[in-house]
Design a protein around this ligand. Structure first.
Ligand code: AVI
Length: 315
């Protein structure tokens, strides 16, 4: 059993810089990866268990049912997963493809370590390589003897591409194409559907989605010595038909001033801080997006309600 971890996590100074530029935008916004500290990753895993959030269960079932066909279509190689989280999805691919090496990228060191340790116990013949990084900005995998001359198969499930704007998503897909060096990419995307159902999925009755968003403020308090009072912000998730996306935000309950590392930021009552978008793509939109990034979609697997698809992209 072998696990190796490489730490390329953005430095605290990068987070400070992101906050400064994101808070100057109108509306204020931060990149989604900032939500995933150790606690954020645990809360996200809980979101995936909520009855309203069916995306994870649907995708796991789709992978389990189609893994032999997917394995045949993608061929042999090293699996590279962008954003492993709690590793609930890759098992069917590891079983069907049986790679010699599995590379997992994730922004959370804790999630990466825990997930790879669990997988290594189940798959002792597979070398596990974890890279802690903002995978969306990676241009190349770090040099490593296990990656020399190998064919890479990218795996980007969970509709995580939806957490970028379409323009950013094209840039992410271009970087992945370069990083995979000619190998295919298996991309999971959620589709637009009933807004009431979607809004419920992003605002579960147990309040986990709200806690996940508010954890961002706790993180900024801890890591940047900010003085946010998380209870002075309410959580909002709403479907924006025009953009085919759920917009998630923390909305200031009152007029208030926040100090972050000697800078002062005023929030008016009702002012949002956008924590995330979740863009939903139908198959035609997905094909256009892929094409703009230099990929073509070769095959698509979907659930019986056609609410979620796994697309096989080839360069
Ligand atoms: C990780 N990502 C695909 C989730 C989504 O569905 O957009 C993030 C999320 N945030 C709140 N609920 C789920």
């Amino acid at each position: 059993m072998s696990i190796e971890l490489i730490d390329l996590h953005p430095a605290p100074a990068d987070l400070k810089q992101l906050v400064q530029s994101g808070f100057k935008c109108q509306p204020r916004q931060l990149p989604a990866w900032v939500l995933y500290d150790a606690k954020g990753s645990r809360l996200f895993a809980q979101i995936c268990e909520q009855p309203e959030y069916g995306l994870t269960r649907t995708e796991i079932k789709l992978l389990e049912e189609n893994s032999p066909a997917i394995a045949k279509a993608v061929g042999d190689g090293v699996i590279v997963e962008f954003g492993i989280g709690n590793a609930r999805k890759v098992s069917s691919l590891l079983n069907a493809i049986r790679p010699s090496t599995f590379v997992a990228l994730d922004i959370s060191q804790a999630a990466l370590r825990d997930s790879l340790t669990r997988l290594a116990n189940t798959y002792p013949m597979v070398s596990m390589l974890g890279i802690c990084c903002d995978h969306s900005s990676m241009q190349a995998l770090p040099p490593h003897p296990r990656l020399e001359g190998v064919r890479c198969i990218g795996f980007f499930p969970g509709s995580s591409l939806g957490n970028f704007t379409p323009k950013e998503a094209v840039a992410v897909l271009r970087r992945f194409r370069k990083l995979l060096g000619g190998g295919p990419l298996l991309l999971g995307l959620d589709q637009p559907r009933d807004p009431t159902q979607l809004e419920a999925a992003y605002n579960d009755a147990a309040g986990i989605s709200a806690a996940f968003a508010r954890n961002l403020l706790h993180r900024l308090n801890r890591e940047l010595e900010a003085d946010f009072r998380p209870d002075h912000f309410s959580y909002r998730a709403r479907w924006q038909e025009e953009f085919h996306r759920i917009e998630m935000a923390l909305v200031s309950r009152c007029s208030q001033t926040i100090v972050i590392d000697n800078s002062t930021w005023s929030f008016s009552a009702g002012e949002p801080l956008i924590t995330e978008y979740s863009v939903k793509y139908n198959p035609q939109e997905a094909a256009r997006l892929a094409e703009k990034a230099g990929w073509r979609i070769n095959q698509r697997w979907h659930d019986s309600a056609d609410s979620l698809s796994l697309h096989l992209l080839e360069p």
